[in-house]
Design a protein around this ligand. Sequence first.
Ligand code: MG
Length: 349
Amino acid sequence: MTRGTGPARDRDRADVVTMAHGAGGKASQALVQSVFARAFANPALDAMGDAALVDVPAGRLAFSTDSFVVSPLDFPGGCLGDLAVNGTVNDLAACGATPLALSAGFIVEEGFPRSELEHQARAMAQAAARAGVAVVTGDTKVVQRGRGDGCYVNTSGIGLVSPSALAISPAAARPGDRVLVSGPIGDHGTAVMLARGELGLEADVVSDTAALADLVQALLGAVGGAVHCLRDPTRGGVASVLNEIAASSGTAVVVNERDVPVRDGVRGVCELLGLDPLYVACEGRMLAFVSPGAAGAALEAMRAHPMGAGAADIGYVTADPAGMVLAESGFGGPRVLDMLVGDPLPRIC
Ligand code: MG
């Protein structure tokens, strides 16, 4: 999808977002009604109060927020809109929570095509429907031309934590745990990088963007309290997330590199660019730290779910060297996998 620039884009003012759409008056209301209320319709949103009213079951709530500035807005396998839903749903899922409600805040640049805004809103609504959650409240602001880059979205979400997940935490990984990943890694970061078309590379790589709350519930249903820690390896990839967990839990993580699932297309692009797939973002994968005795059943449960068909056991937790992540390739000694330094792939989510 391309959009024009300059005056041509504004020829029909009704076809683009204008400053008036963000002013809170008649135009704002018309935009909200025609784009967002239509896409997200549900009783809590339809009431159009200052805040959405959501009935919440007793228990512990998970609450998360994330902003999405991906460029380009559309890429193979997804777009800004479904990324914005899946990203927040997956942060809730990583706490063992089933999402209850989402908010959506849009920051739109003056001149942004209304059709594109509608497209992103539709994609959000579809992703929310797939994840079984409603967008119940939202906000729209418009910034002057040149002061934004099309459209940014922030989503926040609340979710109910499953009783079997109450102890799940990055600090709860313990020596002996097996480290499972729900599928091949690095698809999202690679797909977005290729979609920018700046590298002159072509490869058949599709983003893995997907909601994982249902996969997590299947995993918890199968092995419950044997799951000690969950994390979605987004920015910084698997290696950075494992470092955070090693630091939080005061353990070491050993990755068996040959067991890490990486698609050929991703591997090829990473080799050409000198990137390590272990540092490339996923948007539809979950890492699970599971008691050794339950790891087989956990892997089976993940593989039986459509979102976990490519799940693999990629390593284990050990006591030393505490706070570090090591990769074993089978050749020579282990290498240290540090946190990602800098950002070789900006604005991938
Ligand atoms: Mg996360």
